[in-house]
Ligand binder design. Structure first.
Ligand SMILES: Cc1cc2nc3c(=O)[nH]c(=O)nc-3n(C[C@H](O)[C@H](O)[C@H](O)COP(=O)(O)OP(=O)(O)OC[C@H]3O[C@@H](n4cnc5c(N)ncnc54)[C@H](O)[C@@H]3O)c2cc1C
Length: 261
């Protein structure tokens, strides 16, 4: 699936008086209107790591001035404050990710004995969703369980790839769903994804003002709960109510009161 994501990352010295202290900030785009994201995280050695980038060719530049301007245009000013006030201690490092790629080893009838495939080699996700390590770790646990059951020989590959595929299904579905919110995304498009995305967009909006919806959403994105948990009547009701409140606030031209989970 072609997503054409490009980011740039830079390290900065973190000083005790920095405006954000040790909080982190993540700015995500409202697709398809926006294409840029940015992340600012405190890391070891009194440093900040700043990553900014965009989908569908809206790549972050590595030229000093253009990088700062790109960061300035993000929806929140926090990252720009650090970029303009803190001391840079690295180059601006680019990273390009053209396509997410899933290989269906589980569909093979035969596989070379003594070899297995795992992690990114089975499925490489758009890294902006942060699912690759969790998926690889879950696959490693599945391999451990398969071996512990005494499965061996030619049956091992078949049995493991089946389990790995069911692990990959959910993050793939989440990543593909998100990426298809951009009409320029190309690749095999699952049926019904546009309808589902309209609900997911409503969930995103609800996360701004409803901590319970926000928690439920983060659990799904972090692969703790299945996506179907967002369809639980309790959550659907909260999503509908939150969206109604947001519409009313907008009609009264009030800024939504943001909450954290
Ligand atoms: C920029 C970026 C940001 C990411 N952010 C996140 C995130 O926030 N959260 C998250 O969960 N995931 C993230 N990911 C994805 C995550 O890094 C991968 O999904 C995960 O590392 C996959 O693990 P792996 O073991 O399959 O592959 P890798 O970690 O790529 O390991 C493969 C290893 O094999 C080695 N190798 C390759 N060829 C050979 C060879 N011929 N001989 C010997 N060794 C070889 C490589 O050097 C490498 O060490 C990100 C990825 C990128 C690129």
């Amino acid at each position: 699936m072609r997503v054409d994501v490009g980011y740039a990352t830079r390290l900065y010295r973190r000083a005790p008086g920095d405006p954000l202290g040790t909080s982190w900030t993540l700015v995500t785009p409202e697709a398809p209107r926006e294409t840029r994201f940015g992340g600012l995280f405190p890391i070891e050695g009194d440093r900040w790591i700043v990553s900014v980038g965009g989908w569908q060719g809206d790549h972050a530049p590595t030229d000093e001035k253009a990088f700062s301007e790109y960061v300035r245009q993000l929806a929140s000013p926090d990252i720009h404050r650090i970029v303009t006030q803190a001391e840079p201690i690295s180059e601006i490092m680019p990273f390009k990710y053209p396509s997410s790629l899933r290989r269906h080893y589980e569909r093979l009838r035969r596989f070379p004995l003594g070899l297995l495939v795992l992690g990114d080699a089975i499925c490489s996700f758009n890294p902006t969703y942060g699912q690759g390590m969790t998926s690889a770790a879950k696959q490693a646990a599945a391999l451990d369980a398969t071996l512990a059951e005494g499965v061996a020989g030619p049956r091992l590959a078949q049995s493991f790839f089946k389990r790995a595929a069911s692990i990959v299904d959910i993050p793939w579905q989440l990543a593909v769903g998100e990426d298809f919110r951009y009409p320029t995304t190309s690749g095999p498009k699952p049926a019904g994804i546009d309808l589902l995305n309209r609900y997911v967009a409503a969930v995103h909006r609800a996360t701004l003002i409803d901590p319970e919806v926000c928690r439920a959403f983060l659990k799904v994105m972090n692969l703790i709960e299945p996506p179907a948990s967002l369809m639980a009547p309790r959550i659907v009701l909260r999503v509908v109510k939150a969206n109604r409140r947001l519409r009313e606030q907008k009609a009264r031209s009030l800024e939504p009161v943001l909450t954290r989970p």
